[in-house]
Design a binder for this molecule. Structure first.
Ligand SMILES: Cc1cc2nc3c(=O)[nH]c(=O)nc-3n(C[C@H](O)[C@H](O)[C@H](O)COP(=O)(O)OP(=O)(O)OC[C@H]3O[C@@H](n4cnc5c(N)ncnc54)[C@H](O)[C@@H]3O)c2cc1C
Length: 357
């Protein structure tokens, strides 16, 4: 054991990494977690949690309208986006602190640094330059928005990451994507007062969901004045004096204040994981979700077994948190390393995947 600085080094403090680190520490392992951005990861910082706060905010518009029918007289309701974002940020900061405290109380050492594998046995903490030799390494680096092929003006498009930090509510926004994130953002922003155009390449939104739900939801969205344009994609974005002009694949032009893409997410593989590969197999630097990135072909101590990194279509935050719980109890956490559930099918990149598309 003395040969190792820690028993387990977890790369990434998102839903999967936080839970894995805490549970391993509770079994008595010496655990370090390295996080390059903010503890809590996508779900807490720029995913489920802030999104739900925005969903709640967007629903008040209907409630105010309904209230009048029940005899209530209200002053003209006014919505202030900066107030919502500031309060959302305050709540996220509170949660980040709560996650950090929980980890530290469990005995986990939290390091705010990017971590990069130098080989299958060494991890470099970029902030300090320190090299750590853990007994086991868990890759829980999650995924990041995929912006699609390089179309002209792609640099003008934002992802959900930036959408949570906009300084003002766009009066007009085009959202490309047909998955749950695109649809949720369309409804949130329309509820708050934006005019939303949703552009999706397929025939109908939410591919893979129940067909009745898909068509019902689409017609409800259209009643909410969301313009749903299917069977086309954005092929160019041009900056104009007042905003942006998006040209669609059928030649249509849509003038908006913002263009957002929510068309898929790719695993964060740029953490040196290819240096831990078994020579017989390639770790795909782009997608990372092939068999090589799923643990079977990585050298013994590295386990990319958590959350969005492994690309399960169903690996959402709750799933990522649960995984370590499902491992065999008793003994040290080392013994359960790498066991995977049958539903962790590889995620295929691109549109229609649950996360952003
Ligand atoms: C807009 C949006 C809404 C969502 N809504 C829901 C929802 O309602 N319900 C739900 O269940 N799921 C939802 N999800 C999905 C959910 O957020 C993810 O499935 C979950 O966060 C995945 O957890 P994870 O631990 O695999 O990765 P993440 O939470 O992404 O954590 C990975 C962490 O690793 C860090 N990292 C990456 N590389 C390095 C490195 N080299 N060194 C150090 N740190 C690194 C990252 O900064 C990040 O903090 C949503 C996602 C998005 C984007």
């Amino acid at each position: 054991m003395a040969d190792h600085d820690v028993d387990l080094l977890v790369v990434g403090a998102g839903s999967g990494g936080v839970r894995a680190a805490r549970i391993a520490a509770e079994y008595g392992a010496r655990v370090m977690v390295a996080e390059e951005y903010r503890v809590g990861g996508t779900c807490v910082i720029r995913g489920c949690v802030p999104k739900k706060l925005l969903v709640y905010a967007s629903r008040f518009a209907d409630d105010f309208e309904d209230a009048a029918g029940y005899g209530w007289t209200l002053n003209e309701p006014r919505f202030d986006w900066p107030t919502l974002i500031a309060n959302k940020d305050r709540e996220i900061a509170r949660l980040e602190l709560a996650y950090t405290t929980t980890l530290e109380r469990a005995g986990v050492k939290v390091v705010k640094s990017r971590a990069v594998l130098e080989d299958a046995h060494t991890v470099r903490l970029v902030a300090s330059g320190t090299a750590i030799r853990p007994r086991y390494i868990l890759i829980a680096t999650g995924a990041a928005p995929w912006m699609g092929p390089a179309i002209p003006g792609i640099e003008h498009a934002i992802s959900s990451n930036e959408a949570f930090q906009l300084e003002e509510l766009p009066a007009r926004i085009l959202i490309q994507g047909g998955g749950y994130i695109a649809v949720e953002f369309a409804c949130i922003l329309a509820g708050l007062g934006s005019h939303v155009t949703l552009v999706y390449r397929g025939e109908n939104i939410l591919r893979g969901f129940d067909d009745d739900v898909r068509s019902h939801l689409r017609s409800e969205m259209e009643k909410q004045d969301i313009e749903v344009m299917t069977g086309r994609t954005v092929s160019a974005i041009e900056k104009t004096a007042t905003g942006f002009c998006a040209t669609l694949s059928d030649g249509h032009e849509v003038t908006v204040d913002r263009v957002m893409f929510a068309i898929g997410r790719l695993p964060n593989v740029a953490c040196g994981i290819h240096r831990a590969r078994d020579r017989r197999h390639r770790v795909d630097r782009e997608g990372g979700a092939g068999p090589a990135a799923q643990g079977r072909h990585l050298q013994g101590i590295v386990s990319p077994a958590e959350g969005d990194f492994v690309g399960s279509r169903h690996a959402r935050a709750d799933e990522a948190r649960r995984r370590w719980h499902d491992r065999p109890r008793g003994g040290s956490p080392h013994r359960g390393r790498g066991r995977r559930r049958d539903d962790s099918a590889p995620r295929h990149r691109g549109e229609d995947e649950g996360d952003e598309g």
